[in-house]
Ligand binder design. Structure first.
Ligand code: PLP
Length: 373
């Protein structure tokens, strides 16, 4: 699905030089590269504060811990997402309220959010799935009306631009109160291990989240809050410094590959190619197709695998059907689109190193399968 070996070749010298320097100085924790990265990412995003942490799941957890929520308070999330988004809600003994997504964009449906609101609702977690922003104007309107926090799960969409109805262009992850992202190796901005970050423009929340990520410390050995231990290590920050400079060109390569797939599949009625929301740019963390009724997805995955073509189902089981929530209090609206999409979606290889020969091979086999069944 991704080719990190090939991508490494283009940044190898830079990364190795940084690693040598860090190892020679034993600056493993909170080294200068971490601060440099936090500043560069804040600049790139146009966010006032960036707090690096250990992974994207921690980023979501720290964000939710900062909101002073009580057990049983409700957090509205999509069910059609990676489990981390909803898992942290359960972990903190908050109540996940699952809402449906839009069948074209795969993102949370604002009208479904509105229906799910109760007196206990405290936050909305929009997930910018596959690399395209949720309808943030509509989500903000609801959040203002009901006085709710917005925590964006930006793990898949870093670098995406959203144009608000007043014409302002903002990076995803900076539109809500807090944005959370992941640097898992296969993410669009990935390191060589685990990593994550939180962004916000709110000074108070930033201070609090910084404390939570560091054992609730206000100063060394003075612990004011129950927090956790969540750091981005210096070696990972060095990788991210090398890659952040190249993020826009990485995104460009993904967009070009997406266009090649789009054109190739445009005339095939059994395949729906990814919809482009005019309010958001797409950074194609995933290139995800919807298959029409009658196309056997399991057989397609097997057929492609036999041709040495990887494909993935993101996600085969939506959160509301996961066993982990059986013993927790949750609430679900109508999730028929989610249930339907989990049966139809299939993601094809998408990364910065896809060349036209590989894509032609993938495309030809997808077409062959669709034509011959
Ligand atoms: C990857 C991902 C996460 C979690 O990130 P980790 O760094 O693996 O903890 C959360 N939400 C979404 C939507 C993701 O894709």
């Amino acid at each position: 699905m991704v080719d990190l070996v090939q991508q490494y070749q283009s940044i190898r010298e830079e990364v190795k030089a940084s690693f040598d320097r860090i190892l020679d100085n034993a600056q493993f924790i909170n080294g200068p590269d971490v601060h440099e990265f936090a500043n560069s990412l804040a600049n790139y995003l146009g966010a006032k504060h960036v707090i690096p942490c250990a992974n994207g799941t921690d980023a979501l957890q720290i964000a939710m811990m900062a909101l002073d929520l009580k057990p049983g308070d409700e957090v509205i999330t999509p069910s059609f997402t990676y489990i981390a988004t909803t898992e942290v809600v359960g972990l903190l003994r908050l109540k996940p309220v699952f809402v449906d997504v839009n069948p074209k964009t795969f993102n949370m449906e604002p009208s479904a959010i509105k229906k799910a609101i109760t007196a206990k609702t405290k936050a909305i977690v929009p997930v910018h799935l596959y690399g395209q922003s949720c309808d943030m104007d509509a989500i903000w309107k609801i959040a203002k009306e009901y006085d709710l926090y917005i925590i964006e799960d930006n793990a898949q969409a870093i670098g995406s631009d959203y144009t608000t109805k007043s014409g302002k262009v903002m990076k995803t992850g900076t539109i809500g109160h807090i944005g959370c992202t992941s640097f898992f190796p296969s993410k669009n901005l990935g390191c060589y291990g685990d990593g994550g970050a939180i962004s916000t423009n709110d000074d108070k929340l930033a201070d609090k989240m910084r404390m939570i990520a560091s054992h609730g410390q206000s100063k060394r050995y003075y612990h004011d809050l129950v927090g956790c231990n969540s750091r981005l290590d210096t070696l990972q920050a060095a990788v991210l410094n090398a890659k952040l400079k190249r993020l826009d060109s990485y995104i460009q390569a993904r967009r070009e590959a997406a266009k090649v797939y789009d054109d190739a599949f445009a005339a095939i009625k059994e395949i729906i190619t990814p919809f482009r929301d005019p309010k958001s740019t797409h950074v194609f963390h995933q290139y995800t197709l919807q298959l029409a009724d009658g196309v056997n997805r399991d057989e397609m995955v097997n057929y492609l695998a036999e041709q040495a073509i990887p494909s993935m189902i993101y996600y085969p089981v939506p959160a509301h059907k996961q066993k982990m929530f059986k013993t927790l209090e949750t609430s679900c609206g109508d999730l028929s689109v989610t249930d339907d999409l989990t049966k139809r979606v299939i993601s094809l290889p998408m990364h910065t190193e896809l060349d036209s020969e590989q894509q032609t091979y993938i495309i030809n086999h997808v077409k062959k399968f669709i034509q011959n069944g």
